[in-house]
Design a protein around this ligand. Sequence first.
Ligand code: NDP
Length: 283
Amino acid sequence: MSATLLDGQAIARTIRAEVKERVAALLQRDRPAPKLAAVLIGDNPASEAYVGMKSKACGWVGIQSETYRLPAETSQRDAEGLIERLNRDETVTGILVQHPLPSHLNEIEVLARIHPSKDVDGISRSSLGALVNGESGFVSCTPLGIVELLDRYGIDLKGKRAVVVGRSIILGKPVALLMLNRHATVTICHSRTINLADVIREADILVAAVGRAEMISGEMIKPGAVVVDAGYNRVPGRTGDVGDVHFESAKEVASYITPVPGGVGPMTIAMLLSNTVLAAERS
Ligand code: NDP
């Protein structure tokens, strides 16, 4: 068997076109254009690159964006002060704090300052709490992108056995909750899980969110499973990124599979755009 590709690149393109229309509809009603404020603290080159990609994507769909840079030695008070200022700024409809922050800062407390109506990245404690409670709020972009991708391919989660490998706040836990809310039976695995391969083999829907290159191979996957690989890993001596799943062996067993790159990654940015226009529509 050779699995059908879950083409995040193509679906993200469709979502961008939809977001662009929603932005145009806001402008037609004389509403201000949505604006994303990206907060970049320190000089991590990867963070710089991610914020650059997000700003560029905003430009494609008519969302304004502005990057607010603070030096690596910024104090907790100044970081939180900037968030408070952006909360009060009526021209800003969405706020994104690029992860990770320098280690001396308490990231959870910085994120907690973001007003829920502007938390388009969905990882503050209030947004995560809303997800647990099943209330409307913003959902973290990568988990939302994964579920959206499955939806767009008509993959129903109801009653399915879903296994998520990884339990981070930005990815593993929220994607598990989203799938639970759609009536999947969900198991979350992590570094202390015993007999990981046996648990993975039970999955009708497998989400890999670990950060270990190709640790899940085809023989660990149930025939016909849907495989979503969120991992992005640099491997010395190889060009480009590789996922957490060994694509070549997995695609022979799975029914659907995301490529890396071109699967979950583009969906993450598409969901940030979608959340940002939603924030403006709600404001
Ligand atoms: P974290 O490092 O925060 O979490 C990794 C998780 O994997 C942890 O829960 C950890 O368990 C678990 N884990 C580590 N080793 C093993 C193992 N051997 N067996 C089982 N579980 C293990 O990573 P993130 O959630 O931030 O990211 C995960 C991957 O997703 C990375 O490759 C990252 O680059 C990628 N990513 C992709 C995005 C996208 O847009 N496509 C966005 C965000 C991340 P424990 O909790 O016990 O330590």
